[in-house]
Design a protein around this ligand. Sequence first.
Ligand SMILES: [Fe+2]
Length: 469
Amino acid sequence: MVVLAGNPYLEGNFAPVDLELTVDNLQVIGEIPPDLNGMLIRNGPNPLFPSQAWYHWFDGHGMLHGVEISNGKAKYCNRYIQTEGWKSEKAAGRAMSSGFLAPPQQGNPSPPVNTANTAVVWHGDRLLALWEGGEPYQIEVSELKTVSPYTYGGDLKSAFTAHPKVDFATGEMMFFGYSWVDLPYLQYSVVSHEGKLLRTVPIDLPVGVMMHDFAITAHYTIFMNLPLTFRLERAQQGKPPLLFEKDIPSRFGILPRHRDNSSIRWFEAPACYIAHTLNAYEDGDEVVLIACRMPSTTMLGLAGRAQEIHSDLAFLHKWRFNLKTGAVIEEPLDDIPSEFPRVNEQYLGRNTRYGYTSRLTPNSVPLFDGLIKYDFATNSSQIHELGQGRYGGEGVFVPRTPHISQGGEDDGWLLTFVYDEVAKISELLILNAKEIVVEPVARIILPQRVPYGFHGTWIEQTNLKSVAI
Ligand SMILES: [Fe+2]
C-alpha cells in the first residue's frame, strides 16, 4: 500500500498493516504468569483504500489483533473483519464510501459503512465485533475468522453499541442502538445470560445524538443524552450536521434495567461530552457514575479536516444522581487527562474500588503514554510510565480467575499493546494490576506492528473451546 504524507491517521503507528499473520512461540521478555491462559483480542481500524484527504481514525475497516496465551507461551494472529463493506472494497479495488470527514452531500450525507472496527464482546458463547452504526459481526475464535453479521435470529431491531454491558452476576447483557435520522432515536435491549434477545424498547430523545457508551448498575441502566447533536438542517446550510451544542445541558437518563421509557428519570448537568464510562453503581438513594468527561468536543475533528484535529482531552469525573431528591453532584477526580477507562468487569455495575485508564498526551492525535490505576477508596492513583517514545492503548483488566478471586478486585493483570516509535516494535505488555508502577511481568514481542486501535477483551481459555456458531 502506498501511503502519501499529510494525514496523521495514515502515518506512523496509525498507518494500516498489509499482512494477516499467524505466528507461534513469540519472544517474551520476562515471564508470562503460568495462570494467565486465554486470548486478548483487540479491534481497530485498518483501511484498505483510505482517502488521503478525508480519512479519519474512525473510518478504517475493522482488524482484530489477537494474542493467545497458553502455558507461558504466546501466539499472535491478526485478521480483517470481513464485513460486507470490506468485501465490496476488496472486490472493487477502491474505496466504496466516504468517511466521517468527507463533506456532506446536499442534505444527504453519505453514510459510512459498517466496518465492525470498534470493539469486541464475548457473550452467550459468541464473540461479536462491534460498530455502533450497524449490526455486530460474529467472529470465530481463536482463528479470528468472520462468520457473518449476527442479528439474534432476526430479532435485532436497532444498531448495536460498541460498548454493551455484561452483568457478571446475572450474565445478562444490556445494549442500545441509536439513529441520527430515524425515529426512535434510541432503542434499548436486554439479552439473557444464554444469549437470547429478551426485549427492545424505544427511549425518547428530543434529537438524534452521538451516543457512544452508557453504564449499568445492579438495578439500573444509565443513558447519556449529551449535546453532540445531529441536525440535517445544518447539512442543508453547508455546515457539519454533527456538532457539539455547548448551550444545551447534558442529560442522564436512569432506567430500571427491565423497564421502558415510561420509567426513565432524566437528570441535567452542565454540557459535556463523554465517550466512555468507567463504571456506575448504587449508593443509598444515589446512582453514581464515573466517566471520562470532555468539556466540549470536536469529536476528533469531525467538524474539520484531519490535519486540523486537536485532542479532545477528557478527565475522570464522578456524578451523583439522587433518585429521591433529583439532585445532581458533579466533581472532577483527576487533573490528568485520560481515556479508555476499564474496571475488573466481574464487578461491573457495583462499587468498584479500582479503575484503570490510559493517560492522554496533549497531541494533535490521541497518544497514550501511561496507564493509570485509580484507588477510589483512598483517592489516589498510580501511573505506569510506558517510557520515551512508547505509546499504548486501552488497558484490559484480566482477572486471575474466571470466578471472583479471594485475592480482591485488583487480583489480575493489566494488558495493553504498546508501540515503540524508536525501535519500531509492537509489544503486548502484561502488568501486575496490584502493582502497576514496577516493571511489567512480561513483554511479548509481536511479529509485526500493531496499529493504534480501540477496544479489546479477554477470553478465558475454556471459552476458546466452547464456541456457539
Ligand atoms: Fe469506544
